[in-house]
Design a protein around this ligand. Sequence first.
Ligand SMILES: *[C@@H]1O[C@H](CO)[C@@H](O)[C@H](O)[C@H]1NC(C)=O
Ligand SMILES: *[C@@H]1O[C@H](CO)[C@@H](O)[C@H](O)[C@H]1NC(C)=O
Ligand SMILES: *[C@@H]1O[C@H](CO)[C@@H](O)[C@H](O)[C@H]1NC(C)=O
Ligand SMILES: *[C@@H]1O[C@H](CO)[C@@H](O)[C@H](O)[C@H]1NC(C)=O
Ligand SMILES: *[C@@H]1O[C@H](CO)[C@@H](O)[C@H](O)[C@H]1NC(C)=O
Ligand SMILES: *[C@@H]1O[C@H](CO)[C@@H](O)[C@H](O)[C@H]1NC(C)=O
Length: 418
Amino acid sequence: MHHNSFILVITIILFASILSLFQPSSSLKIGETCSMDVENQCDAGLRCGTCPASGNTRPRCTRVKPISPTSKVNGLPFNRYSWLTTHNSYALSGSKSPEGSPVLGPANQEDDVASQLRNGVRGLMLDMYDFNNDIWMCHSFGGKCYNITAYQPAINVLREILKFLEANPTEIVTVFIEDYVTSPDGLTKVFSASGLTRYMFPLSRMPRDGGDWPTVTDMVTQNQRLLVFTSKSTKEASESIAYEWSFVVENQYGNEGQVSGSCRNRSESSAMNTTSRSLVLQNFFSTNPNVTGACIDNSASLISMTKTCQQAAGGRWPNYIAVDFYQRSDGGGAPEAVDIANGYLTCGCPNIAYCRTNATFGTCDIPVLSPPPPAQLQLDDSNESFGGFGLISFAIHTTAQPRWLYFTIFTTLILLGI
Ligand SMILES: *[C@@H]1O[C@H](CO)[C@@H](O)[C@H](O)[C@H]1NC(C)=O
Ligand SMILES: *[C@@H]1O[C@H](CO)[C@@H](O)[C@H](O)[C@H]1NC(C)=O
Ligand SMILES: *[C@@H]1O[C@H](CO)[C@@H](O)[C@H](O)[C@H]1NC(C)=O
Ligand SMILES: *[C@@H]1O[C@H](CO)[C@@H](O)[C@H](O)[C@H]1NC(C)=O
Ligand SMILES: *[C@@H]1O[C@H](CO)[C@@H](O)[C@H](O)[C@H]1NC(C)=O
Ligand SMILES: *[C@@H]1O[C@H](CO)[C@@H](O)[C@H](O)[C@H]1NC(C)=O
């Protein structure tokens, strides 16, 4: 080999290596074909998934994270934002009871609360019980927790929230407690032990007349970044913990809440259009948690119900959208429903993505959409011409990062041949 071409080869290899360092580790956009076996292939806030129940068998990047509304429009009253909320946030698939046997009954989510918070979840629905001389997260019946319905001590989850609030000083989190705790000051004690008390937004500052909440800027400045609501009305007097339905209207949960075109209050809540409650919570999940059905529930029907509930709530978009298996969808999912609500709430646009920073309300940048890619994975190994082509284009797609290395090896081989 000539001396010159040797130098050239070295130069190209160096150049290629440097370039590959600057390639992002993930590069696939929403809707693009991905591989379920490769981690972190999709862009941030997306994950690779299918929705076989709706015929979408091609693995594509789907959304798990809403747009942070305050990154677009900051400083509005708290009730002018919408937050992704997980139903039974603690009930993870594969959980073990304290004795080590699997927890009875189906799970509602697939990742822990720390991960949910990283993915932009800001509302957590937690069932709390007296159990083992402590407060536990259980998914139980008859108001009592048992070994086989116990997920974990409440303090574990509360500490995950604490860590998140400490690490993210401008974020606000809401906890909805389905409250079965009867031990005196039980909630106060566990919140106090977790270190969360100092972040709690005081009951005395919550608007009771349907007025605006303080602004998010105010809540951040005062470090009152944790809203806690309980389902037990007596806790307002005994522990100064807000009774949820003094401040929130909420629609029916479970299958009854999934009837298209209807959004009525759950029994504990005032009618959806009661404007003396400034916050609106939309439930949308089936009575029996269904991991395969969740990708359908969390897609078009969720957005359709969000609009129905907006009408029922007297023209108010939901501040909380609560789902099971929040990461499952066939594309935009629950994050998209939240983005839509935030668009209308914060800037008067049909999606928070279209809000222009500091623009007049109603000034929107609506992009021209390209047609979506096909639903089915077009792979047929038995057919040489089509199957082969499909595999090659798939492979190129999934290996965008080391492309330069292949190019380098290829060039080297040619040069060596000279
Ligand atoms: C529940 O688990 C504890 C150990 O964590 C055990 O001591 C107790 O006997 C169990 N109770 C029942 C009813 O199985
Ligand atoms: C809320 O819904 C329940 C039915 O679940 C109903 O009995 C109750 O009257 C409703 N409350 C109001 C204020 O509409
Ligand atoms: C509120 O909704 C109820 C149905 O739940 C309806 O009967 C009532 O007229 C509504 N009130 C207003 C002021 O729209
Ligand atoms: C779960 O959802 C799928 C798809 O919608 C449906 O076919 C199935 O019957 C559901 N399973 C249960 C137990 O509800
Ligand atoms: C938007 O307005 C705020 C406050 O008036 C200001 O601090 C910020 O720099 C503005 N942002 C842009 C992009 O103009
Ligand atoms: C391969 O697919 C093409 C187009 O669908 C079809 O015309 C052809 O007959 C197939 N060949 C085989 C061997 O299946």
